[in-house]
Design a protein around this ligand. Structure first.
Ligand code: ADP
Ligand code: MG
Length: 659
């Protein structure tokens, strides 16, 4: 049977600041199963270095090492971690317990990395063995030094190791507590576990059955202790079960994932302000994404509904101020004028014109009872009903006679109807428009918002009534022209243009003082504005997601360096590189996902606000929520990768020494 530990010619050289330091200078050592060895020597003689090499936390610069007959110099880091977690338990001078974590969870940690079931039960069991059965829920800061060290011993025991390495386990304890700890180690040794203990105090070494003295990196003395303190008695041989199956590298377990999510949320909670600030970028980015998608979708939808039913053969003629070279634009009186006569003449401009209708519009005050609202007034011809797809769903539209006689009748948009009448029936009632009494004859079908303006907030009255009685205008705001077929629109536009130029007596060098647009162009212009808006929000979103990602990367780097000791400890008790990588990736993703979820809520609130109070069309789709969620998680993983990788590559021993 091979010895438990066999090293020969082991050296260790540290390179510091250009120079090199030989700490171990050819150490040979055999330790059999069941021994209790004390390694002694003055401070700086290389005791800890030797123990870390024996414990697979560090590699020798040269020399050979066989553990359980296995040549460990051939093991990869992760294989070393796996072997370590199943055969070796560590007890450190500084206890190295995780803060804010219960004794039970601290003790259970090594089992998380071996993936064996029954962690909580086994942790409670070993805590009872070290006499702390009544302290399971205590965090390290709620325990005395001796109790903390007992928790650390319980943690070293949880995976039933063959070997315990204890580096100055009593160095931070008062002597009564030190004796208690040594008693535990003796008990363990009696049960068959090999104990290697480092100390520089002869009193403590006197408990061991074999004492090795180290000086300046070489063994100067190695002898049995014929009468060890503490009453060792006979050690029950566990040698028979020494040689183990080669430990395999484990797959990531679901339990480990859940544990990582839990500890990530715990870390976020422990640093609330810091976490909240680092989430801010993601939060703003996701808010912008949600609002952007909602506004974009809403605008698209409203343009569609607004234009649906309006034929592509509709052409609009608007007045504009002519731009004269170098002159000021839009000076008073330079606006072109569209008259009713223009509308009549245009109707005869081309045989492809089916019908034309003039319109005026303005803003007015409307009163019913004690209700008083401002709304948009449109004066229209009876053709408006057909040409603009505005048949009342309730009551009737006005007729040519109403228009001729300047009748005071009004058709209400649904918004105005609700604002003035609530649930009452408006048809047949009288309202005052700019102090003139009108009779309501119909209510229009709901059309929805056109992105920036509520199309249902409107009152339509006969054109002549509007021009002469209410608004006092002689000129039209727009003339709608309907071509008989979409194929005619270009010819109709050309014909109308030439008629209008003639009627306005425009010389060749002057630009048009009117504007002709067909429906396709209007549609493009409408969706163009919302596209620009979406693009702007998209840029904001992209920038803040990048900034947010950098914020998360930054905070994760801080977190990794703050928790270097924790990482070192986790690796020392068996965490593989991948386990550490995944732990920190999950933490970064948790951070950004929390920010993302808050951003989703805020974005939905903004979309809701825009559509409720500003009258914009904003539609939040489930796809956009899913997109935003995965985007934020992705940003966390992307920007968290570097810090997580940094953490996973830390060497356990350097990390443990980190101050
Ligand atoms: P001790 O016997 O007190 O446990 P150590 O094994 O911790 O001694 O250290 C032995 C020597 O090696 C010391 O002089 C120390 O300064 C040096 N040393 C330990 N670790 C490092 C390191 N990571 N880099 C450089 N020098 C180190
Ligand atoms: Mg030391």
């Amino acid at each position: 049977m091979p010895p438990l530990i066999e090293i020969s010619g082991v050296t260790k050289t540290y390179f510091v600041g250009g120079g090199s330091l030989d700490v171990l200078k050819g150490v040979a050592l055999r330790i059999e199963a069941g021994e209790f060895v004390a390694i002694m020597g003055p401070s700086g003689s290389g005791k800890s270095t030797l123990m870390q090499i024996l414990g697979l936390l560090d590699r020798p610069s040269s020399g050979s090492y066989r553990l359980l007959g296995l040549d460990v110099s051939r093991l990869s880091d992760d294989e070393g971690a796996a072997l370590r977690s199943r055969t070796i338990g560590f007890v450190f001078q500084m206890f190295n317990l995780l803060a804010r974590t219960s004794a039970q969870d601290n003790v259970g940690l090594p089992m998380l990395y071996t993936g064996e079931p029954g962690r909580a039960r086994r942790a409670a069991e070993v805590l009872r063995e070290v006499g702390l059965g009544d302290r399971l829920d205590h965090a390290p800061n709620q325990l005395s030094g001796g109790q903390q060290q007992r928790v650390a011993i319980a943690r070293a025991l949880i995976n039933r190791p063959r070997l315990i390495f204890a580096d100055e386990p009593t160095g931070n304890l008062a002597s009564a507590q030190a004796e208690e700890i040594l008693g535990r180690l003796i008990d363990l040794n009696r049960s068959g576990i090999t104990v290697v203990m480092v100390t520089h105090e002869p009193d403590i070494a006197a408990y061991a059955k074999r004492i090795i003295k180290l000086k300046d990196g070489v063994i100067v003395c190695d002898e049995a202790n014929p009468s060890p303190r503490g009453g060792h008695g006979q050690s029950a041989a566990r040698q028979a079960e020494v040689l183990a199956q080669a430990p395999a590298i484990r797959e990531l377990s679901g339990e480990e994932l859940i544990e990582h999510v839990r500890s990530a949320l715990g870390a976020i909670r422990a640093n609330k302000l810091r976490s909240a600030l680092s989430m801010l970028g993601i939060l703003i980015g996701v808010t912008a994404v949600i609002a952007m998608l909602a506004v974009g979708k809403g605008a698209q939808k409203s343009v569609e509904t607004q234009l649906s039913g309006l034929g592509s053969n509709l052409i609009m003629l608007f007045p504009v101020s002519p731009r004269t070279a170098g002159g000021p634009r839009g000076a008073q009186g330079s606006f072109s004028r569209l008259t009713l006569d223009d509308a009549v003449m245009i109707a005869r401009a081309h045989p492809g014109i089916a019908r034309t209708a003039g319109e005026v519009s303005g803003s007015v005050q409307v009163v019913f009872g004690d209700k008083n609202v401002n709304t948009n007034l449109t004066g229209a011809m009876p053709e408006y009903e057909q040409m603009r797809n505005s048949t009342p769903f309730y009551g009737r539209f006005f007729t040519a006679e109403d228009d001729e006689s300047m009748a005071r009748v009004a058709v209400l948009g649904p918004t105005v109807a609700t604002n003035l009448f609530g649930d009452q029936d408006p048809v047949g009632r009288s309202i005052n428009i700019e102090h003139i009494k009108f009779r309501v004859i119909g209510v229009l079908t709901r059309k929805g918002s056109s992105g920036f303006r509520d199309q249902d907030d409107v009152i339509i009255i006969p054109l002549k009534t509007a021009m002469k009685r209410v608004l006092g205008r002689q000129y039209l705001s727009v003339v709608s022209i309907e071509a008989a077929s979409p194929d005619d629109t270009d010819a109709v536009i050309a014909a109308v243009r030439s008629v209008m130029r003639k009627r306005h007596r425009l010389p060749d060098y002057k630009d048009d003082d009117f504007m002709l647009r067909n429906m396709a162009e209007i549609q493009a212009a409408l969706s163009g504005t919302s596209k620009i808006f979406s693009l702007l929000l998209g840029i904001v979103a992209a920038i803040s997601l990048i900034v947010g990602g950098i914020g998360i990367m930054n905070i994760m780097l801080v977190s990794v360096s703050e928790r270097t000791r924790e990482i070192g400890l986790r690796k020392a008790i068996g965490a593989t590189r991948r386990a550490v990588l995944i732990q920190f990736l999950i933490e970064a993703a948790a951070l950004s996902t929390c920010g993302g979820l808050m951003g989703i809520l805020l974005g939905m609130a903004i979309a809701f606000g825009l559509s409720t109070w500003a009258g914009w069309a904003a539609i939040v789709t489930p796809q956009s929520l899913v997109l935003a969620f995965f985007f934020s998680a992705g940003v966390g993983i992307l920007f968290g990768f570097w810090p997580a990788r940094k953490a996973s590559l830390l060497s356990p021993i350097e990390a443990l020494r980190y101050e």
